[in-house]
Design a protein around this ligand. Structure first.
Ligand code: AMP
Length: 287
């Protein structure tokens, strides 16, 4: 069932709550691919009822980012969700989410601001205000849907860590389930932004997962010095790659490391054909 308004959604949710059913929420910005579907499958196997939100959230995009051209494929998304047995696709307008005429600025709108330590690094360093926008929309969705469980991908590793922190700090009574990264056979992590890439661009984009896999291999051969591990990336890079960051940090706290250990995660952001791509890998466990 496709629902556009909070009121209609609440009516359905209230019926489920009355019947004592467990509810899972999968927040997305649409343009669904197999990565999203893996979250939906996990939600289906965990909960009685599943809501997928499909909303390109304006307040998590910076002024020079791709909000206007972000792929919007609602009709296809609904078909995919129907195929997975999703109970409700919630696709609100921006006015529905934030209020008609509401100026989308923290002068006039209540924002959720995650701690500086968590946002002043990795993606947050260049995407100023991005995680404020993410936390604000996610907490709103949590309050609208009131799920028992919410499902997030490790693909956006910094995001899921920040959301867990918000849930913990604000005593939000929802369990966050983190799901592994889904990749193409080539190793490329699935992303809605891959649609912007040409075939050559997709080939060049393989460098992200190659760099991460190589770092993992080197770590497992005994190299632990973070600078040495990061330097192994250079041999993969060409003039097609505009590297934004490559970092090795603690996988739960995002604390910097001098020596990598079994709790480390390597994260990369790199532009290919001016498309900003991100990926990450746990150095020890499989992912
Ligand atoms: P998005 O629509 O990009 O905001 O993503 C919605 C959710 O899907 C987020 O929790 C993402 O981490 C997750 N996701 C995106 N790509 C993948 C992927 N390749 N594998 C697993 N989860 C993903």
């Amino acid at each position: 069932m496709l629902i556009h308004t909070i009121q209609e959604l609440r009516t359905e949710i209230n019926k489920w709550k009355k019947d004592g059913l467990t509810i899972g929420l999968v927040p997305t910005m649409g343009a669904l691919h197999n990565g999203h579907l893996s979250l939906i499958k996990k939600a289906k196997s965990t909960c009685d009822k599943v809501v997928v939100s499909d909303f390109v959230n304006p307040i998590q995009f910076g002024p020079s980012e791709d909000f206007d051209k972000y792929p919007r494929t609602l009709e296809e998304d609904v078909k995919l969700c129907d195929g997975e047995g999703v109970d409700i696709v919630f696709a609100p307008s921006s006015d529905e989410m934030y209020g008609k005429g509401q100026r989308l600025s923290n002068d006039t709108l209540t924002y959720v601001c995650p701690p500086f330590f968590y946002v002043n690094k990795l993606c947050g360093k260049t995407r100023t205000g991005h995680f404020d926008g993410v936390c604000t929309v996610v907490l709103k969705l949590f309050n609208i849907v009131q799920p028992n469980y919410a499902f997030f991908g490790q693909k956006d590793a910094q995001q899921v860590i920040i959301i867990k922190k918000m849930v913990n700090d604000l005593n939000v009574p929802i369990e966050i389930i983190q799901c592994p990264i889904v990749r193409e056979d080539t190793g490329l992590a699935l992303s809605s932004r891959n649609k912007y890439l040409s075939e050559t661009g997709k080939q060049d984009a393989l460098v992200l997962s190659k760099i991460l896999n190589n770092i993992k291999t080197c770590y497992n051969k005994g190299i632990t010095d973070v600078e040495a591990l990061k330097e192994t990336a250079y041999s993969f890079l060409t003039d097609k790659h505009d590297m934004e960051y490559l970092e090795i940090v603690d996988k739960d706290t995002l604390e910097d490391k001098i020596k990598a250990d079994d709790n480390s995660i390597a994260l990369i952001a790199c532009r290919v054909e001016n498309v900003r791509l991100i990926d990450n890998i746990y150095l020890k466990e499989s992912n």
